[in-house]
Design a protein around this ligand. Structure first.
Ligand SMILES: Cc1cc2nc3c(=O)[nH]c(=O)nc-3n(C[C@H](O)[C@H](O)[C@H](O)COP(=O)(O)OP(=O)(O)OC[C@H]3O[C@@H](n4cnc5c(N)ncnc54)[C@H](O)[C@@H]3O)c2cc1C
Length: 380
């Protein structure tokens, strides 16, 4: 399928690869060790047009299609998952709900700044007591004199605490219907009094990603800050997660590609028993299997993007793509590290970071177990 891609995708891939090789790869190990979100790199990614990739030019975006976006995430993850995750979260979770469900006024207010990368926007669903069970959200928004008064917390939120993080689309309870929670999505600017952020440190993976715990204490925003309609929170969340799953799948695919390339290069260089590792059939078969899985993952993911672009249902395929790409990322990072032997454990070798970074993929935006439940619902 890759061979059949339009030349504009091949050119776009080359451009992002070049950016990733020049600006991302050389600093990846240091950023991981420092466990700091690199604002300067985010700004460079903004200048390179990596924010607002699918948003029309009218709102400051690049106006490209979903496959281009997926290629960009894939190419960043090929060298480092952290900036790939920053881009994926900002485009899929930050920008996309505003573009898809926002009023024209909301689009014009928020999107131009968010498309430059000078401002980042988050999506807040998860709380201490609401992870896979998204309806468990406890954050509440009460309408008082034409304003939403918001109280609650959010946990693990990506792009939420750095100096360029400017706000969040928060999932909140806006009322009860027959005892059932009415959930809505509300745009909440970080500058609102009572909005506080605490960065999360000590992560195993994605260590240069900005993740935080947020607290909202009597945060007041105008009633018009509701995104979509009141009570549409679950609809917005499900639609946002379907698109987001494709970008997490792209991180898995790019990470697997990078791990494969490292294994292949190392197996050609490293000699044991008088010959390069690649000449042992065990090694070449491992590499052949990796290449096959990457090809299958790419075909599945691009097919799902085409369904999305065509306006066809793609929820089942999005779940399958994310599950499959995160599975192969785990397998390929593991086998690549195995081929690197003891040297693979050293921080100076990128594969050590890849082995840790892949671990998030089967948890974030729907754990693998939840995705199997989603797929089962479609097929059974
Ligand atoms: C680095 C990082 C970034 C994140 N970014 C964001 C973000 O930007 N915005 C946001 O809203 N959230 C974000 N999250 C949260 C993420 O989406 C959740 O961690 C994820 O949905 C899982 O929820 P949980 O961690 O509470 O695990 P739990 O839901 O407590 O799950 C724990 C385990 O139980 C299993 N389990 C749960 N329910 C079932 C069931 N019914 N059947 C079988 N098994 C089950 C799960 O599969 C998992 O293995 C992020 C998380 C991380 C780690």
């Amino acid at each position: 399928m890759n061979e059949l891609l339009d030349s504009r995708y091949i050119k776009y891939r080359q451009e992002v690869r070049e950016f990733a090789e020049i600006h991302v790869k050389p600093v990846a190990i240091v950023q991981d060790e420092k466990e700091e979100f690199p604002v300067d790199l985010a700004l460079k990614m903004g200048e390179a047009g990596l924010f607002g990739i699918t948003v029309p030019a009218k709102y400051g975006g690049q106006g490209l299609d979903y496959i281009s976006y997926i290629i960009a995430v894939e190419e960043l993850a090929r060298v480092d998952s952290s900036p790939a995750a920053t881009i994926a979260a900002h485009n899929s979770l930050g920008i996309n709900p505003i573009y898809t469900f926002g009023t024209e006024e909301q689009r014009l207010k928020y999107l131009p700044g968010l498309c430059t990368g000078e401002k980042l926007w988050a999506f807040g669903l998860t709380e201490d007591n609401a992870g896979s069970d998204a309806k468990g959200v406890e954050t509440e928004a009460k309408l008082e004199n034409g304003e939403w008064v918001i109280n609650g917390t959010k946990m693990f939120i990506t792009n939420s605490c750095s100096s360029i993080a400017t706000g969040i689309t928060a999932q909140a309870i806006t009322g009860y219907n027959d005892g059932k929670k009415e959930l809505s999505a509300i745009l909440l600017d970080r500058s609102v009094p009572g909005y506080t952020t605490t960065p999360i440190k000590g992560k195993l993976m994605w260590r240069a990603v900005d993740n935080g715990k947020l607290n909202f204490e009597n945060c007041r925003v105008p009633e018009s800050n509701i995104l979509g309609k009141r009570g549409e929170g679950m609809k917005i969340m499900l639609s946002t997660l379907d698109g987001g799953r494709l970008s997490i799948a792209a991180i898995g695919l790019g990470l697997a590609q990078g791990a494969f390339e490292m294994a292949s290069a190392y197996a050609q260089k490293r000699r044991q028993f008088g010959k390069p590792l690649i000449e042992f059939q065990t090694t070449s078969f491992k590499l052949a299997e990796m290449a096959m899985k990457i090809e299958l993952a790419r075909n599945t993911l691009y097919h799902t993007c085409r369904l999305k672009e065509a306006g066809l249902p793609y929820g089942k395929q999005a779940a399958m793509s994310k599950l499959y790409c995160s599975d192969i990322a785990r397998e390929i990072a593991g086998e690549s590290l195995q081929i690197h032997g003891g040297f693979g454990f050293l921080r100076e070798n990128h594969i050590e970071r890849f082995y840790r970074d892949q671990r998030l993929l089967s948890i974030g935006e729907g754990t693998s177990e939840i995705l199997k439940m989603v797929i089962a619902r479609y097929v059974l």
